[in-house]
Structures are given as structure tokens and as C-alpha cells.
Design a protein around this ligand. Structure first.
Ligand SMILES: N=CN[C@@H](CCC(=O)O)C(=O)O
Ligand SMILES: [Zn+2]
Length: 411
């Protein structure tokens, strides 16, 4: 079955096969065709070009996209959408003057979510999480990475990863699972970090590997959470089980964590609200994708990742939501793209590259996702009639999406 889109006002992010990420000054370029056609065959992009070359098809479903922009769906390479309940009280506590750190030190924060998760059944967590997944798909996300990390017990972490597995089985969207047992030290291990790290390495990881529940391994490398040395142990143990690292680092402090991640072959380093010149140097010429999470900066009022400085140094950059109950209760990639433009001074071209092809790289799927390329998945955002794609970040609170196609199907 073929679908032919005709008269597309702008077809964005068209790329040759084999381009897996965009770096430095190239991020300012977003290749497009004006007045374009696009052919979808089954669930794959099979052809596209300017309207004057549009082939005469018979027996195809024709969709007239006059005035509409088509671009690849967003790739959200960093989320925690599997969780139980919410942290609304902490939100109000922060408005009233408490900091994220003060809330965490009182047993709130990640430990608050871990308590709720361990008290909630797997079925109930699945029901809550699938609503979030359905919501972000409607908002144009066509691939999503989901982390564990609110279990912090063998059973809790397995429960989260099994929920992610069920989501993978039941939804058409590409999902990658990341094991984040090293998200925080449970209260009973506060004075005995080594014992919790043993639990992660000797109890959690073997079970996760034997049930094939994760694609990546993560840790919260941060002052007061996991040290550089502790994170290296976790990364090494994960790699032995075939899990590549994707690490939370430099959210609040810079403690040479990025260097350790790059040396351990991390696929991505995520957060990066605080970045030193040395961090930028070690990222140069590495295979590690830096990932910025502007909705988190917005929600908890911390600095934004210095995108301009990093791109000027020739680095690539990806954008993701960080959807989680504590620091970012939003999975809206449209807001992320707009906030990157408004607050991080990324151009619309840079932000769209960061939220599509570079996001795909950061979750290991750039062969199949992240651009309009022949042979890639037919994952499309079809906008309402708009002036140009600049309107997407400009009209930051308006839903400009008409339809979303995932794997060849409108959702
Ligand atoms: N920083 C670490 N983890 C999450 C937030 C965790 C939480 O507060 O629940 C993040 O990416 O922001
Ligand atoms: Zn996160």
C-alpha cells in the first residue's frame, strides 16, 4: 500500500542515507524541499522530491498537504515516563522557597518516587505510564528512550523494566530501555555505598541481562549522588552485560564526570547545565553525544546548557525532554524545541536537527529514524497550514500539529 503526499509546503530534514548525526556549524543547516511530494510504502519512506518530479501513481492514497509542513517525528532520547503518582507537593514546596537539594535531603525527590513506585502494582504503573506515552505520541514524538531508576530495589527496578517491555510490545513507537539502578542511594545504603553498588552489579544486572530487559545503562553522576569512581564501576559492569552507557552528568556541578563517560565510550552524556572548557575539550572528536534538557532547566530554574559555546567548538547537540515527576513533568518535544530557541538561542534549524537526527543518534537508532531519508521509517509530523517551520518555536504554546504518522500509520 502506498501513500502519496503532494503539494507539501516544506519537507524538512531531508538527508542522504548514512548520515548519523550533525555537528558544529552544520547544525545551522536544515535541508528542505519547498513544494514537495513524499511517497510512503508500507511503513517506509520510499521516495520524495519537488512536485515537478512527482511520479504519476495509480492505486495510491493521495493526501494533499497544501500549506502544510512535513518533518520527521521528534526523537526523545531521555525520559523517565514510567513512574507512579506525581510530586506535586514538591513543586509547591519549591515555589515556597525550598531547593531541589533541600527536598531531596529530607527524603523527597527520587526517593519519594521510589517509595511510591514500590507501593504500586506493575499493572497500575503500566496504566499510568501508557497514558504518558500516548500523550507524547500525539505531540509528535516517534521514538522514545525510557529509564528505570525509581525502583532502587531488585524487584522495583525489574518491575519498571518489565513495564517498559510491555510498552514496547503494545505500541508502534520505537522504545529503548535504560537501566538506571544508580539513580540515588536508598536511605538504608546512605552510609554504605559499596553495598548498594554490589546490589546493582551482582543482583540487578544479571537478572536484567538474562531477561534482556535493557539496552543501555545509566547513573546519576553528581555531587551527593554517584561519584566518578562509582559511576565507572557501574559503566564497566553494564558493558560486560552488553549495555552501553548513557549518563546523567553535570546537572548541578562539574566534577570531571564527562571525561570518565567519554573514556568509557558513553553513547550520550545528558543534562550538562554546567559545562567547563575542559568538558568541551574531552567531548571533541568523541563518539559521545551531548544531550540538553531545557524543560528541566525551565521547571527547576537552573542554567540552560551552553549550546552556542558547544556548537561553536564543533560539537553536536541533541535535545530531549527528561519527562519525569520531579524535575520535568512534561514530555512535550515542541516545548523543548521552542525553549531551546527562546532560552538557549539555538536557531530553529539547530533545534530541529538536535531534536530529530541527533536525538536518534543518542538512542542508537539513526539508521532508521530522525530524518526524511529513503528506507527510513515513515515517522512524520504533518503540521497544520503554517507560514513556515519558524512558526513551530515562535508560537510556542500553540499546537500546530495536524497529524502524526508512526511507522506508516496515522495515530
Ligand atoms: N537528575 C536526575 N534524574 C532526573 C530527576 C529525578 C527526579 O527528581 O525524580 C533528571 O534527569 O532530572
Ligand atoms: Zn533524567
Amino acid at each position: 500500500m502506498q501513500t502519496l503526499f503532494i503539494n507539501i509546503k516544506e519537507l524538512l530534514q531531508i538527508r542522504e542515507t548514512g548520515i548519523d548525526k550533525i555537528s558544529g556549524s552544520d547544525m545551522a543547516i536544515l535541508p528542505k524541499i519547498e513544494n514537495a511530494y513524499l511517497v510512503i510504502e508500507n511503513n517506509i519512506i520510499s521516495d520524495f522530491g519537488p512536485m515537478e518530479n512527482c511520479p504519476k501513481h495509480s492505486d495510491v492514497a493521495i493526501i494533499d498537504a497544501t500549506g502544510q509542513v512535513i518533518l520527521p517525528t521528534w526523537v526523545d532520547s531521555h525520559t523517565h515516563i514510567v513512574y507512579a503518582g506525581n510530586r506535586i507537593q514538591e513543586f509547591v514546596d519549591r515555589i515556597n522557597g525550598l531547593s531541589y537539594e533541600e527536598i531531596a535531603n529530607r527524603g523527597g525527590g527520587i526517593l519519594n518516587s521510589a517509595k511510591k513506585l514500590n507501593e504500586t502494582s506493575e499493572d497500575e504503573i503500566y496504566e499510568q505510564s501508557k497514558l504518558r506515552l500516548e500523550e507524547v505520541m500525539q505531540q509528535g514524538t516517534g521514538a522514545v528512550e525510557i529509564k528505570s531508576g525509581y525502583g532502587l530495589t531488585v524487584e522495583g527496578e525489574l518491575k519498571m523494566l518489565r513495564v517498559i517491555k510491555r510498552l514496547k510490545e503494545n505500541y508502534p513507537i520505537a522504545i529503548k530501555a535504560t537501566f538506571l539502578g544508580a539513580h540515588a542511594f536508598p536511605m538504608e545504603y546512605k552510609e554504605n555505598h559499596a553495598a548498594y553498588i554490589d546490589l546493582i552489579i551482582n543482583e540487578m544486572l544479571p537478572k536484567i541481562a538474562s531477561e534482556n530487559l535493557a539496552d543501555y545503562i545509566d547513573a546519576f553522576l553528581e555531587t551527593g549522588y554517584f561519584s566518578v569512581e562509582e559511576t565507572i564501576k557501574i559503566m564497566e559492569a553494564g558493558r560486560k552485560c552488553g549495555l552501553e552507557p548513557k549518563i546523567h552528568v553535570n546537572q548541578f556541578t562539574a566534577i570531571d564526570g564527562i571525561k570518565a563517560c567519554v573514556e568509557n565510550g558513553a553513547l550520550s552524556v545528558d543534562h550538562l547545565e554546567i559545562v567547563t572548557d575542559e568538558d568541551i575539550e574531552v567531548l571533541k572528536n568523541s563518539k559521545t553525544m551531548p544531550v540538553a534538557l531545557p524543560s528541566c532547566s525551565y521547571f527547576i530554574s537552573i542554567p540552560y546548557t551552553p549550546a552556542r559555546k558547544m556548537m561553536n567548538a564543533g560539537l553536536p547537540l541533541a535535545l530531549a525532554t527528561d519527562y519525569n515527576p520531579g524535575t520535568t513533568p512534561s514530555g512535550n518535544m515542541n516545548f523543548v524545541v521552542a525553549t531551546a530557541c527562546i532560552k538557549m538561542k539555538m536557531t530553529p534549524e539547530e533545534a530541529i536537527n538536535a531534536a530529530t537526527i541527533n536525538g536518534a543518534y543518542a538512542m542508537g537508532i539513526s539508521k532508521t529514524h530522525g530524518s526524511i531519508t529513503k528506507g527510513k521509517k515513515a515517522n512524520l509530523i504533518i503540521t497544520k497550514p503554517i507560514m513556515s517551520y519558524y512558526q513551530l518555536p515562535y508560537a510556542f504554546g500553540t499546537n500546530l500539529i495536524d497529524k502524526v504518522m508512526i511507522e506508516g500509520q496515522f495515530i
